[in-house]
Design a protein around this ligand. Structure first.
Ligand SMILES: C[S@@+](CC[C@H](N)C(=O)[O-])C[C@H]1O[C@@H](n2cnc3c(N)ncnc32)[C@H](O)[C@@H]1O
Length: 252
């Protein structure tokens, strides 16, 4: 049986026993691996999100003003690898906080998987729909919805849910609600995939720093079972060593 445990060894350092192997991540004390230009973008992003209490209004401003320092041209290599290796369940998939929608398009496989991209910003959802039309991707494969993740109540649960920089965009007071909503939305036999980024210990947000132990602490009390948790083997350029892949199932 696969077991994951967390042990804090000293300030800012945690070790993970994963299937008997000890892995580690620095937390809290490491220098942010942030270039000057990205840092400026992150500061502006924080300013917009912190100055507007309504998350929908704030994030819509972020997308309207194109203050999106986290955006990459493609999905995370770790997700693309899971898809290429056919490791993820088919059926219904959800990408909450989908942003520009790359991950929705990557997961959408006609005949295998229908994907819903959900985002609180109507501006970015309109962009996603335009991209879908430009790429001739059928609506049955990739659907977009402008809604708040926390009040989203679909008729059916999901076989796969993918989170990349969504949890990291939420303030800490919403983290346990994030975990409960993930639990509610995931089918009993489904899989939650989290690409945890940035594991660099910087303070403040958003985007907030993330850590593997934080994700464990949120998910395991709800009965999520970790089936994989380790640094990604391939990362976006500049994100090497600060991205971890987590895969989670519901205990049954
Ligand atoms: C840091 S971005 C990540 C976007 C995308 N996952 C990516 O990797 O590029 C966070 C996204 O979450 C969306 N968001 C924030 N709060 C949300 C909420 N409560 N419900 C749905 N989407 C939300 C924002 O509009 C934004 O697109």
């Amino acid at each position: 049986m696969l077991k994951v445990g967390v042990r804090t060894i000293g300030r800012g350092f945690a070790s993970f026993a994963h299937n008997g192997r000890v892995l580690s991540s620095t937390t809290g004390t490491s220098e942010p691996q942030t270039s000057g230009k990205r840092l400026q973008g992150v500061q502006e992003l924080r300013r917009i999100v912190n100055s507007e209490p309504n998350a929908g209004v704030a994030w819509d401003q972020v997308w309207k003003q194109k203050v999106t320092p986290w955006v990459q041209a493609t999905s995370a290599p770790a997700l693309l690898e899971l898809i290429e290796q056919n490791q993820l369940p088919g059926g219904r998939a959800l990408v909450p906080g989908c942003g520009h929608g790359n991950d929705v398009f990557a997961l959408a496989e006609p005949g295998k998987r229908t994907v819903i991209g959900l985002d609180i910003s109507p501006t970015v959802i309109a962009q996603c729909e335009k991209t879908r039309e430009e790429r001739n991707i059928p609506k049955e494969s990739a659907q977009f919805l402008s809604a708040d993740f926390f009040t989203y109540a679909p008729a059916k649960s999901f076989n796969v849910i993918y989170d990349y920089t969504f949890l990291g965009a939420l303030p800490a007071n919403l983290h346990s609600a994030w975990a409960s909503q993930m639990h509610k939305l995931l089918d009993d036999s489904g899989e939650l995939v989290t690409v945890i980024f940035p594991v660099d210990g910087h303070e403040g947000g958003p985007p907030y720093a993330m850590s593997p132990e934080q994700t464990i602490n949120l998910l395991t009390p709800l009965g999520f079972r970790c089936i994989h948790l380790r640094p990604v083997t391939k990362a976006h350029k500049g994100r090497e060593n600060i991205e971890w892949l987590g895969r989670w199932k519901k205990s049954q």
